[in-house]
Design a protein around this ligand. Structure first.
Ligand code: AHR
Length: 846
């Protein structure tokens, strides 16, 4: 249908060359087919309305419950630009407002708050002064009015209006056999053509992006083996980022508590509650023969108000799907006790699933006020599903809190440390940086759940736990000190990412009924929030002799500064007015106080041509002084990655004024197929794309695959880079690609060109072949990475580079659907390399 329409319009223009027909107008009908369908456009042609495509959709509030568009009202301004308002739902005191120059690109939506709840059927008209008038109805049918600025970003206070009901009269049209209400406009043929081209391009892109290696047997049966190609190494070199491969750590899918954080006791602080998960409470994961008594009287810390009140019954903790106990290993047990000066002894045990006693120790207590007691348990036997048992030795009322059990063998044997196997497998990636603590977890579910770094440092009992946007609990035991320390331990730059004064745009409604960004942190509270961000830099880098924050760091065991260089502000936010105002304030304050700190902004959750991406980059390039780089996110199909290899080629390196452009941090990305697990197909697509990222390593500063960790049985998201259980760590093909690009990365890019032989350069599958040559300045070593995503082998002749005898080569091959890789290391030499079907090679050239 789209093709036919495009042809009709093109013919009208062609036949009408030089005649009045070139001036001919067309009629558009803008409407929403249903509340989840977003805003659509149809064009009148050949006596009927023809659907062209979707212009935009609602970005308001939670996925599932919200993201709906009711009663869209569109207005075309005298200057030809467009304004859109629509109703969000029947509860919220706000409407959606958006602006477009051409109907194709819409500015990210704003959600101006009004005084009445709900705000029904908003409509928009242009006033004589170039401003706009928005009217809406209240639940009891009253009409109200508010003015809007020409750029549709400032909205006045609403007041009663006497406007006639006729203002709500709408046009109708039958599109694809169904009658809809909407707005009709007369536009030029050129405008219709531009729309048609846009939808054609989207459709073509969609077709390419659906290419799957899995379908090769059917689609590429004609391909004969081997494909012969030449790789010609050029003479041009450029400096590229030496921090290209890092990691993104978010507490999603039990990545922190129950995951990387080695604490074995679940709900150690008795702070679980129904905000974490509806059915949870202070006793979740704890068991006793009688109901467990919980008290909040005279708590251990105001941030940790609940504790258990024991009498004579034993108390046991189930751990995180059981406690993994290994024979011969030692475990540090600790517990705070409040006993009003009475003596109480406890027996502490580790008991196997079948009741076998695995370890036992005694704890004598005599605490008048909260006192911490510790003991060490040595396991006599192993059990992956043990429990921790606390047995009071006499009947006496005793408060217990912060009941903790850690393996002594943590990563680098740190106290309050990380699970050794998981931390090591991450360290083996040799990540150049770690972004933490999220993701959506950084900006949180609503204003109250924004992550405050300063709630996560200091003594464990004083840290402020909170619910996790991913549907569980954050103890904050793995807090900023532990994150920074881990970065230091594995030689990665810390990249903390904190909210830009707005929560996650997918947040549920607050008490006022405002969902999404909820209007952002109120302006009168922004100075305090900004101070909090400045305090982080002071905490990380300051001098303990002069700074109270740095003193806190020193008291935690790190008097030397952490030498923080980067800070991320915002995570894939809607780049609306509420965001931009706050983001600018934050960046200005950081720049002023800490001019050397490199700020990383955000350009929303999707790649081009999404509204947030476009507006985000426009803002970034308009304010290059504010940020060093911006964070891009995209989760896409394997076909998309293979067909967008030139994504960064056209990014300007310098801006109009000659200043260097802010850089790119590709902070979250992953290729996926319908299987939703990393496999050889997704890994090869990522590897191909990463060769192009390396080629653009002068503008792309950092990348991190996302998400990184996922615990069996607790997954919020797929695919992930590493899957784990209590006793297992399973790396994926995605992990191996990240590792190869990290270990075989460099700081200089050497130009090279791959050409398929005998095919006159027209080989239509060249998006399936890739190579990248880099050099490390310090060592002079070169690394060549080659990817063959074809179903046949590749015979590659290399010109301009000879691989000396005994050169180390690491790589993998497999079938597209394989999820487990066998990595191979062998030696290669010469200038002829053969790669099997679906394979990758990384070669070290000394
Ligand atoms: O990586 C998982 C989630 O994806 C992140 O929390 C968020 O930033 C993105 O939407």
């Amino acid at each position: 249908m789209m093709k036919k329409l495009m042809m009709c319009v093109l013919m009208a223009v062609a036949f009408g060359q030089g005649s009045a027909q070139t001036q001919e107008n067309r009629e558009l009908f803008i409407y929403s087919p249903n509340e989840r369908g977003g805003l659509h456009v149809a064009c009148y042609d050949n006596g009927q309305w023809n659907e062209m495509g979707q212009l935009c959709s609602s970005d308001y509030g939670q996925w599932g419950a919200e993201k709906r568009m009711y009663h869209p009202s569109v207005c075309r301004a005298q200057d030809g630009t467009w304004r859109l308002v629509f109703q969000l739902n029947d509860r919220t005191p706000a409407f959606a407002a958006a602006y477009s120059r051409d109907l194709i690109t819409w500015r990210p939506q704003d959600y101006p708050q009004v005084s009445e709840r709900p705000c029904l059927e908003p409509i928009v008209f242009e006033g004589v002064d170039g401003q706009f008038d928005v009217y809406y109805k209240t639940a009891n049918g009253q009409k109200r009015y508010l003015p809007a600025s020409n750029d549709f970003r400032r909205f006045g206070k609403d007041e009663p209006s006497q406007i006639d009901e006729d203002a709500w009269l709408r046009d109708t049209a039958t599109v694809q056999g169904k009658l809809y209400e909407g707005c009709k406009f007369e536009v030029s043929v050129q405008e219709v053509l531009a729309l048609a081209r846009h939808f054609d391009e989207l459709a073509a892109d969609g077709r390419k992006s659906s290419e799957r290696m899995h379908d090769d047997a059917k689609n590429l049966a004609w391909l004969t083996s081997p494909v012969k190609a030449t790789l010609t190494v050029g003479t041009q070199e450029k400096t590229i980022s030496d921090k290209l491969i890092g990691i993104f750590f978010e507490d999603i899918s039990y990545a922190a508590d129950g995951g990387l954080y080695a604490e074995l006791v679940q709900n150690r602080d008795f702070e679980y509650n129904s905000k974490d998960r509806r059915e949870w409470n202070a006793t979740t994961a704890w068991h006793s023969s009688k109901p467990i008594e919980i008290s909040t009287e005279h708590p251990l810390s105001p941030n940790n108000p609940h504790y258990a009140l024991l009498w004579s019954d034993m108390l046991w903790n189930e751990g995180w799907d059981g406690i993994t106990v290994e024979a011969g290993k030692k475990y540090d047990f600790s517990m705070y006790v409040l006993a009003g000066g009475q003596k109480q002894d406890f027996v502490i045990q580790l008991v196997g699933e079948d009741g076998t006693l695995l370890a036992k120790s005694k704890l004598k207590t005599n605490a008048s006020d909260w006192t911490q007691y510790t003991t060490v348990l040595t396991a006599k036997k192993s059990d992956p599903k043990a429990r921790l048992v606390i047995i009071p030795q006499k009947a006496a009322h005793v408060g217990v809190d912060m009941i903790s059990l850690f393996p002594q063998e943590t990563f680098m044997n740190r106290k309050n440390g990380l699970r050794r196997d998981l931390a090591q497998v991450i360290a083996d990636l040799h990540p150049k940086f770690i972004r933490f603590p999220g993701g959506c977890m950084s900006h949180g579910q609503g204003l109250e759940n924004i992550y405050h770094w300063n709630h996560t440092v200091g003594p464990l009992q004083d840290r402020k736990p909170d619910f996790n946007i991913w549907g569980y609990h954050q103890t904050r035991g793995l807090g900023f000190f532990e994150f920074f320390q881990y970065c230091e331990d594995i030689g990665a730059e810390p990249l903390p990412v904190l909210a830009a004064g707005v929560p996650c745009q997918n947040s549920a409604a607050n008490a006022e009924g405002m969902g999404g960004q909820q209007g952002g942190i109120p302006m009168d509270q922004m100075p305090a929030y900004i101070q909090e961000l400045l305090d982080l830099i002071d905490w990380a880098n300051g001098d303990p002799a002069t700074s109270r924050w740095a003193k806190m760091r020193a008291e935690a065991g790190h008097p030397e500064p952490f030498n923080l260089k980067y800070i991320g502000i915002g995570n894939e936010d809607i780049i609306g007015t509420v965001f931009e105002e706050r983001y600018e304030m934050i960046c200005k304050a950081i720049r002023q106080r800490y001019p050397n700190i490199m700020i990383c902004g955000t350009v929303g959750p999707f790649h081009t041509p999404s509204a947030d991406y476009i507006e985000g980059w426009e803002f970034t390039r308009k304010h290059p002084d504010l940020q060093y780089m911006v964070d891009e996110h995209y989760y896409e199909s394997t076909g998309w990655f293979m067909h967008h290899r030139n994504y960064y080629d056209s990014y300007p390196r310098t801006l109009a004024d000659g200043k260097p452009s802010p850089k790119v941090y590709l902070g979250e990305y992953a290729a996926s197929t319908n299987v939703k697990r990393p496999n050889v197909e997704t890994a090869l697509a990522e590897a191909i794309y990463l060769t192009d990222v390396e080629r653009n390593g002068d503008i792309v500063e950092m990348t991190s695959y996302a998400p990184m960790l996922s615990k069996d049985g607790h997954s919020n998201w797929n695919p992930d880079m590493i899957y784990f259980g209590n006793t297992s760590v399973r790396t994926t093909p995605a992990y191996e690609v990240q590792r190869l690009f990290s270990v075989y990365g460099g700081d200089r890019y050497i130009s090279s060109e791959m050409k398929v032989k005998d095919a006159a350069g027209n080989f239509e599958l060249s998006h399936r072949l890739a190579a990248s040559l880099v050099r490390v300045t310090k060592t002079g070593r070169k690394y060549l990475k080659i990817v063959n995503a074809l179903p046949v082998s590749l015979q590659l002749s290399i010109n301009g580079l000879t691989i000396p005898a005994g050169s180390k080569c690491e790589g993998f091959e497999g079938k597209p659907e394989e999820q487990q890789l066998q990595m191979n290391t062998f030696e290669v030499q010469g200038s002829e390399i053969e790669l099997p079907a679906y394979s990758m090679r990384a070669i070290e050239i000394n």
